[in-house]
Design a protein around this ligand. Structure first.
Ligand SMILES: [Zn+2]
Length: 95
């Protein structure tokens, strides 16, 4: 089995809660902070991640990666790109 890694920083996850979440404890608060500063939140990104349109979902790892690198400007841009892709998407909103 592949070692589960943090979606944000890429470090190996050991704690079961972290593995279930896909994110380590430090990155959890970091993610909250960067998304809030970008005018978003975890719920919005998760609903974008679930929409099923690859034009939208491809931005999600970029958002996490930018948070991992601490680049707020990139976080903002990738959130915006995902939102625009979602608006342009022909797929209906996720239930
Ligand atoms: Zn992490």
């Amino acid at each position: 089995m592949e070692q589960p890694k943090c979606q944000i920083c890429g470090r190996a996850l050991e704690n079961l809660d972290s593995i279930n979440r896909g994110i380590g404890p430090e990155c959890l608060t970091k993610r909250e902070r960067f998304l809030a500063a970008g005018g978003s939140n975890v719920e919005e990104i998760e609903s974008l991640a679930l929409c099923g349109d690859p034009n939208v979902t491809r931005w999600i790892p970029w958002i996490w990666g930018a948070i991992g690198k601490g680049r707020q400007g990139d976080v903002d841009r990738f959130i915006e790109a995902a939102r625009r892709a979602r608006q342009a998407s022909a797929l209906p909103a996720a239930a």
